[in-house]
Ligand binder design. Structure first.
Ligand code: HEC
Length: 56
C-alpha cells in the first residue's frame, strides 16, 4: 500500500465520501479496506508459456 491507495483501501475515515459512495454502489461486497501505508495488499502471479502451441 502506498499513500495514494488509501483513498480506497484505507480505514473507513480516510476514504472520501464521494469515493465511498461509488465503491459501495459498484463493489457492495468489498472488504479491501482498513489497510495502512506499507502493508502488503495482495500478490498476483501470471505464467506465460515461452513457446506458442504448435498448430496441427
Ligand atoms: C479508486 C479506488 C482505488 C484505488 C485508488 C486503489 N484501489 Fe485497489 N481496488 C479497488 C477496488 C474497488 C478493487 C476491487 C475490490 C473487489 O473486488 O471487491 C481493488 C482491488 C485491488 C486488488 C485486487 C486483489 C483483491 O484482493 O481484490 C489489489 C491487489 C489492489 N486493489 C491494490 C491496490 C494498490 C496497491 C493500490 C495503490 C497503488 C490501489 N489498489 C489503489 C479500488 C482502488
Amino acid at each position: 500500500m502506498a499513500p495514494v491507495c488509501l483513498s480506497c483501501h484505507g480505514p473507513a475515515g480516510s476514504i472520501p465520501p464521494e469515493v465511498k459512495k461509488i465503491l459501495t454502489e459498484r463493489y457492495p461486497h468489498d472488504t479491501a479496506t482498513g489497510y495502512a501505508s506499507g502493508e502488503v495488499r495482495g500478490a498476483i502471479a501470471v505464467k506465460v508459456p515461452l513457446q506458442r502451441e504448435t498448430s496441427r
